[in-house]
Design a protein around this ligand. Structure first.
Ligand SMILES: Cc1cc2nc3c(=O)[nH]c(=O)nc-3n(C[C@H](O)[C@H](O)[C@H](O)COP(=O)(O)O)c2cc1C
Length: 251
């Protein structure tokens, strides 16, 4: 797994990073791995997504009960499942189990599942999802277990300034995740919080995907210099899906 020759990853952007966009970034754009989603799973989460879309934000709206089929349709667009990450918003164990029952049967080769503990849209927070999962370690632990027991590799996506790293680090080490994806920035400041990335990298045993404000070779290299194995790009890839070629050429 993983493609260390090309450590660049397309990060999730709800409503934007669908199968076609991600496949373009992978094949034409030069990304090492790509993310599709984030997708809301379960009635409560999907209702929250509908409300978010109603106030004008782009969202992927799946049909309740058909989440696995609809995600699979997007996933099929990607030529290599080993380079695919699927970003999921889940807020409870029952919906995680329902989803995995359908999904695990349908999908033979396993993509990486990224559990979204990152979203801070109020509709998602109100129902205990996204970033709120970092205050619900019991639920998060059980969701991780469900995916693990179905042989999926797991990335956990967090917003670096949403939790004290010294509280999260022992959990990350217990959860036996495959990746920790850190959107690392300081509130009110531009650029990546490299110090925070280093803090995590010194204390955890799994590969880190460093994220926030990568726009060119210099900002990407700065993340790798912290010891992160990968860096991810969202907004700059939306503007230019071929931005990854810059990194491939230069790395
Ligand atoms: C329009 C938009 C939608 C996003 N949706 C998601 C999402 O669904 N799941 C997620 O984990 N992150 C989401 N993000 C966060 C990005 O993946 C990324 O962490 C953030 O934009 C910082 O990286 P960047 O500086 O490269 O844009 C979204 C960002 C944008 C701009």
């Amino acid at each position: 797994m993983g493609n260390f020759e090309n450590p660049s990853i397309l990060a999730a952007m709800a409503g934007i990073t669908n199968g076609d966009f991600a496949q373009y970034c992978l094949l034409e754009g030069g990304a090492g791995m790509v993310t599709i989603g984030g997708y809301s799973i379960g009635r409560e989460m999907i209702t929250a997504s509908v409300k978010i879309a109603q106030r004008g934000r782009k969202e992927f709206i799946l049909q309740v009960g058909k989440e696995a089929n609809e995600i699979l349709r997007e996933a099929h667009t990607i030529s290599a499942y080993t380079k695919l990450i699927i970003n999921l918003r889940i807020n409870n164990l029952i919906d995680a189990k329902k989803f995995i029952r359908q999904f695990a049967d349908l999908i033979i080769e396993r993509p990486i599942i990224e559990i979204n503990a990152h979203c801070r849209q109020k509709e998602i927070l109100q129902i205990g999802g996204g970033q709120r999962l970092l205050q619900r370690f019991d639920v998060l632990t059980n969701i991780i277990k469900v995916f693990h027991s179905n042989d999926f590799k797991i990335s956990l996506k967090v917003r670096g300034n949403a939790i004290n790293p010294d509280i999260l680090i022992p959990r990350v080490n217990q959860w036996q995740l495959d990746f920790l994806h850190i959107d690392s920035y300081r509130t009110g400041e531009k650029g990546t919080d490299l110090g925070l990335l280093e803090h995590y990298i010194n204390e955890i045993y799994i590969p880190v995907i460093g994220n926030n404000s990568v726009v060119d070779k210099k900002s990407a290299q700065a993340i790798l210099d912290t010891g992160a194995q990968y860096f991810s790009v969202a907004r700059a890839a939306r503007k230019d899906p071929c931005i990854f070629q810059t990194f491939v050429k230069n790395f």
